[in-house]
Design a protein around this ligand. Structure first.
Ligand code: PLP
Length: 397
């Protein structure tokens, strides 16, 4: 059978990812897995059995189109309590297969080939891949310690409009940004909302890491709750907190977007079983569990920072995140983190090379290191090995 002749001519454009990222390695600094050291096996078993005893019958049917209602009510409550966004109607929330599922669904509604989407200077590789597959014209906006530079954003949108194009959205990972680790400041949030109103361009706010504040200042409220909610679409997930395997995320969107999503996502709700388990577990244990995860992340982050200071030379630098699950590292000009990945994988370590976070696939002398998977001891070992590989491959100059 010649399958290639039968394939759709309308498939997404293939976007290549480095093969090494799929390898099995002992030291995984390339994925923000949920923290296995505090994974609540017993708690989840209890939560699921309570939920199945009570609501198991509902599993005989398909879930509601936007997903488990109790879960959506819980999310609305958390957005009010934790993220300063009161009055979110559960009807404006849809559950998805991870945050990635909600991102893909929203991009399907908005992005045609050639459409301009504004993102941070480096941005989450999964969204980058989805944008590039859809043929989007991705424009990176300079980003510093306060997050996306909104003066630059204003200027770039003006330039895009002068080219005769209309930007479709401002996509921002506004808390503990992936991969740079920075949080969008309150003043810049206000400015971004103002820019959104001025040009009629919605903000697409991704808060996948908002639960993971380790230390430092409290994070500012979500833009979703800071003014006209009509300007903001929002995604987050329980994958980083409770388990990537649960595949439970969500989106919050204004009614015209939800109306369209209801049509194109008919039957698209995620596993009701996962929703039942997460709903029960989070209702009973949220505060205590988040505290455990954060203290585990603190130990892992400190171990990685300590190991980098010990093994990486003084011509390299890295972020000191006060939350989230990753460090952003800069090597000397000319270093090629993409080319060095196979040697690192050979030595049992994987990380994310800078270019996977850029539309132009440049930024070779940057890399992202995550610290949510290995134990603090393993993190120390892995960073020592990585430093050896980079030394050998000439990345330290
Ligand atoms: C910023 C961001 N958004 C979305 C995702 C995808 O998350 P999920 O596993 O919930 O689909 C990730 C995963 O790394 C992420 O870092």
């Amino acid at each position: 059978m010649d399958y290639s002749r039968l394939f759709s001519s309308n498939m997404p454009l293939p976007v290549e990812m480095p093969v090494g990222l799929m390898a099995d390695t002992k030291y995984v600094f390339s994925v923000t897995y949920a923290d296995q050291g505090v994974f609540p096996t017993e708690g989840l078993i209890d939560a699921l059995s309570v939920a199945i005893r009570r609501d198991g019958q509902t599993l005989s049917q398909y879930p509601p189109p936007q997903g488990h209602l109790g879960m959506r009510e819980l999310i609305a409550g958390n957005l009010a309590g934790q993220r300063g966004a009161p009055d979110i109607d559960p009807e404006s929330i849809f559950l998805s297969s991870g945050a990635g599922g909600a991102i893909g669904a929203i991009l399907d509604v908005f992005v045609d080939p050639g459409d301009v989407v504004l993102v941070e200077e480096f941005s989450y590789l999964g969204t980058m891949k989805m944008l590039l597959e859809r043929g989007a014209d991705v424009r990176h906006v300079p980003t510093d310690d306060e997050g996306m530079d909104t003066d630059a954003l204003d200027r770039i949108i003006g330039e895009v409009i002068a080219e005769g194009k209309r930007p479709k959205m401002i996509y921002t990972i506004s808390v503990y940004q992936n991969p740079m680790g920075v949080t969008l400041s309150l003043n810049r949030r206000r400015h971004m909302l103002e820019i959104s109103g001025k040009y009629g361009v919605p903000i697409f706010e991704n808060e996948s890491y908002a639960d993971f504040r380790i230390d430092g200042d409290p994070i500012p409220p979500a833009m979703l709750g800071m003014g006209d909610p009509n300007r903001v679409m929002y995604v987050s997930a329980y994958t980083k907190l409770l388990g990537c395997g649960l595949r439970l995320g969500y989106g919050v969107v204004p009614e015209p977007v939800m109306e369209t999503l209801r049509k194109i996502r008919f039957g698209g709700a995620p596993s009701h079983l996962a929703s039942m388990a997460v709903h029960q577990y989070m209702t009973d244990n949220r505060e205590e569990y988040v505290t455990d995860v954060v203290s585990s992340l603190r130990a892992s982050r400190d171990s990685m920072l300590g190991a980098l200071s010990k093994y990486f030379p003084s011509n390299t630098s890295w972020s000191t995140p006060d939350g989230g699950m990753m460090l952003w590292v800069e090597l000397p000009e000319g270093a090629d983190t993409l080319a060095a990945l196979p040697a690192a994988v050979e030595a049992d370590v994987k990380y994310n090379p800078g270019p996977v976070f850029r539309a132009e696939r440049d930024g070779h002398n940057f890399l992202r290191l995550t610290y949510s998977h290995n134990s603090p001891e393993e993190i120390g070992e892995g960073i020592e090995i990585l430093a050896d590989v980079f030394q050998r491959e000439g990345l330290f100059g």
